[in-house]
Design a protein around this ligand. Structure first.
Ligand SMILES: NC(=O)c1ccc[n+]([C@@H]2O[C@H](COP(=O)([O-])OP(=O)(O)OC[C@H]3O[C@@H](n4cnc5c(N)ncnc54)[C@H](OP(=O)(O)O)[C@@H]3O)[C@@H](O)[C@H]2O)c1
Length: 279
């Protein structure tokens, strides 16, 4: 099983590494905000770029974990600053926005996120699931972008959005809260992109497949699925930082997108049947 998964991983997710020398030139002396830096993809990204002489502002709720990362990277070249905040909380978000006002910002990596896998019928008394996903995955990055646009325009900077392939494919049953909130921010950013380009701000989106982080741990079905490692996902983000390309998506996603359009009726029938007959 492990051999097959490794083989599939190689075919499905060939990782093109960035030119690390160019990346270093690109990021040197830059100030970079990374949200969701305490675990998973965000943590790996910090580790990959920590040996560059840049200023990292790391944001997440778990202060101790951020401190642990800061200590582990203390011998590296980057200056690391921590900001512990729950980005769903309007007051904490506003405090963070005030905090960054005094800084020149070059790059914003919107990475903090939560996912929820739950059917609608199990969510009838769980409006908060929709509130927390929309607050973190949509409203927080919109607020951050609004506050950062003047700064990024000044620095000819970059916004990198860590998104998911789900937003490019047919809707998936049980993922309404997550998929709606990730799609909302993706749409917002796509609508904003022409204006942002006119402000000399580059916009890049990483449409990631499954990544083996704590995010997918509660979903048992995903444990044996082919998936990126957090380091591979962070390498993709580094490449977007270096090339400033508009997007990353796996090569095979085009097949999924065409299938999603052509066979949407069949997909609906299949998922309805699956829900009816699953134990
Ligand atoms: N894992 C996947 O399969 C996958 C696939 C595609 C896209 N993505 C996207 O990748 C991004 C990173 O996810 P991950 O897989 O690395 O998951 P993860 O390991 O759970 O990391 C999520 C990060 O977001 C932070 N975060 C969560 N709630 C927060 C809040 N209320 N305020 C501030 N920070 C908060 C977490 O830190 P604290 O808990 O310390 O706050 C953590 O650092 C997400 O945007 C996700 O949608 C993931």
């Amino acid at each position: 099983m492990a051999v097959l998964t490794n083989f599939l991983n190689k075919i499905l997710f060939p990782i093109i590494k960035p030119d690390f020398q160019k990346l270093e030139e690109q990021l040197s002396k830059k100030t970079i905000i990374i949200t969701g830096a305490s675990y998973g993809i965000g943590e790996s990204l910090c580790k990959l770029i920590a040996n560059i002489d840049c200023h990292l502002i790391l944001v997440a709720r778990t202060k101790e974990k951020l401190e642990e990362i800061q200590i582990s990277l203390s011998s590296q070249k980057a200056t690391i600053q921590l900001y512990a905040a729950d980005l769903r909380d309007v007051n904490q978000l506003d405090n963070f926005l005030n905090f960054i006002q005094s800084y020149h910002i070059d790059i914003f990596v919107n990475n903090a996120g939560i996912s929820i896998c739950r059917s609608i019928m199990q969510s009838l008394d769980r409006r908060h699931d929709y509130e927390r996903t929309i607050k973190l995955n949509y409203l927080a990055p919109v607020s951050l972008c609004l506050a950062l646009i003047p700064k990024l325009a000044q620095s000819h900077g970059q916004i990198i959005n860590v998104s998911a392939i789900n937003v490019l494919l047919a809707p998936t049953v049980n993922w309404a809260a997550y998929q709606a909130s990730k799609t909302a921010f993706d749409q917002w950013l796509q609508c904003a992109t022409p204006e942002l380009r006119n402000q000399n701000i580059h916009v890049s989106t990483a449409y990631l497949p499954l990544v083996k982080t704590r995010m997918i741990l509660p979903t048992k079905a995903y444990q044996n699925f082919p998936a990126l490692t957090p380091v591979q996902a962070a390498t993709i983000i580094c490449r977007l930082l270096q090339t400033k390309k508009r997007q990353y998506k796996p090569w095979w996603i085009i097949i999924g997108q065409i299938t999603s359009v052509l066979f949407s009726g069949i997909w609906l029938k299949l998922t309805t049947y699956y829900i009816k007959h699953k134990k």
